[in-house]
Design a protein around this ligand. Structure first.
Ligand code: ADP
Ligand code: MG
Length: 585
């Protein structure tokens, strides 16, 4: 190390110490912060560390990737006795990967203080965990299921635990974890404080939280904003049945470095990753059906960059911090705004910029717009890039690389020799290019199909509009057996919606629907409201008078196969297709 380097090192230690000094952190922590290159606190860390009294309950909301982990790890370590060996702090996390990540952070920061952290997660050796506990860990990081296992077996002594931290707290209070969480909290008989951390904190969760924590101090650095300044959102519209082809095109077009793709179900992740592998991408999957060893291996490989595209269920939606994720891609409509926010938040971390892409079918676009209504999220809407433009741009880029290249003398000599042997230089270059084209993939042609679908969707929306055929709007209530759930946004309850099991694919159009309904019910056109024509069914709004008529004519409609008969099974099995959060953690 030369002299200037030494001065630089000294300077960073000093500036780290200076930036963190107002919090009076102990020197061991300052040293570790400096070693990690964390020269100054993030805003949420500064807020928590400057609390006058942190002995009470705490609810902290700050955006994804803003350093919430250290916002609880640092004060916890600062308050702990050097060399503490009894379990004093329990951190709970919704997924195993997140628990392991937090435990690693705690291990780093505990090292110089002689404090150990244990991780208790499902799918990994109970025995190793028990040994870790026996050796004396003051900080326990776990998923609820496995933590409770240890409590019940008596291997985790909760009697001295004074603090419970719920990372991703709003999700931890979700129904899926409720029972285990309550049992754990009840076992922490000497708990004096509970801390809740998350990027999202819905009101109903906050009121639920009151059952577990009285009068918490609230720190909120999100205000009402949803838009994360380091994340750019882009929607690509792709044909419904060719979404994965669309994904291939997006990857070829955007050329991301490291990408996390979210699919709704486990089987979707597998289909998607297989397809990507066929297309030559280094893709892996992460979902709850895999063994924990497989899960750890694939995540490790993603962190190291050997797996460039990780296709995951929502098990990876929260908390995961992987450096260098330039793109998040969500396949289809996210479950809700919170899921959208957390998934997107796997990029744009710690001040880096990232892009969040959502691949939607034209049919899903409207629902996505409603999901974002009232938020400040800015989205760029684009049709999925098509083979033609990917090819064109790829070609130009390839040419630019070729033209900018400086071949060495030996290569030039060879080229000249070769040109001497041919009297047609163009054919020669063409032959060479022909041998390289396999390197330039250009994806799928999707433009036409997308246009057809977009137009179909436009027409459908037009037909949906109550005034699109001078029909009146009667408000909504689907008639019992004949409906498949809620049918729309309006809430007046004056009429009903009938569902006919005929649609566009049966050759029906709006005129035919109107005729069938008016003749079948012996009512005037004025008694029929909006008509929503779908591929395989149609929803027809009825006036109260038409509804009465319909009740009389039901059997006739059933007999003609126009409505599903009351006895028919209406169950819509989703088994094997369940949307996944890591419930089995
Ligand atoms: P959150 O829980 O808010 O999503 P994390 O705690 O996972 O965020 O932190 C996000 C990233 O920021 C991590 O890679 C972490 O190491 C890094 N980080 C945390 N604190 C600092 C800091 N003070 N300076 C620089 N980077 C930090
Ligand atoms: Mg976090």
């Amino acid at each position: 190390m030369n002299c200037t380097q030494q001065t630089e090192v000294k300077n960073t230690v000093e500036s780290t110490a200076k930036n963190w000094s107002r919090f009076g952190l102990r020197s061991e922590l300052l040293r570790t912060l400096d070693r990690r290159g964390f020269t100054e606190p993030t805003p949420v860390q500064a807020e928590v560390l400057s609390l006058e009294d942190r002995s009470g309950n705490l609810v902290v909301q700050a955006k994804t990737g803003s350093g919430k982990t250290l916002a609880f790890v640092l004060p916890l370590f600062d308050d702990m006795t050097q060399g503490e060996r009894r379990p004093r702090v329990l951190v709970l996390s919704p997924t195993r990967e997140l628990a392991l990540q937090i435990a690693r952070e705690a291990q780093w920061f505990g090292r110089d203080l002689g404090i150990r952290a244990a991780s208790l997660v499902g799918g990994m050796s109970m025995e190793t965990q028990t040994n870790d506990l026996r050796q004396g860990s003051a900080i326990i990081v776990g998923t609820p299921g496995r933590t409770l296992d240890h409590i019940r077996r008596g291997t985790l002594d909760m009697s001295q635990v004074h603090t419970v931290v719920l990372d991703e707290g709003d999700h931890m209070l979700d129904l899926g974890f409720r029972e285990e969480l309550e049992a754990i909290l009840n076992a922490a008989t000497n708990r004096t404080r509970t801390w809740l951390f998350s990027a999202t904190m819905p009101d109903e969760v906050l009121s639920l939280a009151k059952n577990y924590m009285k009068t918490p101090t609230r720190i909120s650095l999100c205000s009402e904003r949803v838009q994360h300044e380091d994340i750019a959102h882009r929607v690509y519209l792709a044909p419904e049945r060719r979404r994965i082809d669309g994904l291939v095109n997006v990857l070829l077009w955007e050329r991301p470095q490291r990408t996390l793709v979210f699919c709704p179900t486990r089987s979707d992740t597998m289909t998607c990753a297989e397809k990507l592998a066929e297309e030559g991408f280094a893709a892996g999957t992460l979902h709850g059906e895999m063994t924990q060893r497989e899960r750890n291996t694939v995540l490790g490989s993603f962190r190291q960059g050997r797996t460039a595209v990780l296709v995951a269920t929502n098990v990876a939606a929260r908390g995961l911090d992987v450096a260098g994720v330039t793109h998040v891609i969500q396949m289809g409509l996210p479950d809700g705004l919170d899921t959208f926010v957390h998934r997107s938040g796997r990029t744009g971390r710690a001040g880096h910029e990232g892009r969040n892409v959502v691949i939607l079918s034209p049919r899903e676009a409207g629902r996505f717009r409603s999901m974002l209504r009232g938020t400040d999220v800015q989205v760029e809407w684009l049709p999925v890039p098509d083979a033609e433009e990917i090819g064109r741009v790829g070609k130009t880029a390839f040419e630019e690389t070729l033209l900018a290249e400086n071949p060495d003398a030996a290569m030039i000599a060879w080229a000249e020799e070769l040109l001497g042997k041919s009297d047609d230089p163009a054919s020669l270059v063409a032959a060479l290019l022909g041998r390289t084209t396999h390197l330039r993939r250009s994806g799928y042609s999707l433009a036409e199909e997308l246009e057809r679908e977009t137009n179909r969707e436009k027409n459908r929306r037009f037909e949906d509009r109550p005034d699109s055929r001078n029909g009146r709007s009667f408000g909504k209530r689907e008639i019992g057996t004949y409906s498949s759930g809620r049918s729309g946004g309006r809430t007046e309850m004056r009429g009903a919606v009938m569902r006919l099991e005929k649609g566009r694919s049966d050759g029906w159009d709006v005129g035919r629907v109107l005729r069938e309904v008016c003749i079948g019910l012996r009512v005037n056109r004025e008694e029929v409201g909006s008509i929503r024509l779908r591929e395989d069914h149609v929803l027809v709004e009825l006036s109260p008078l038409a509804e009465k008529a319909f009740e009389k004519e039901i059997t006739e409609f059933e007999r003609r196969g126009l409505v599903r008969s009351s006895g028919a099974s209406r169950s819509r099995g989703t088994t094997g297709n369940r949307r996944e959060w890591d419930r089995r953690a």
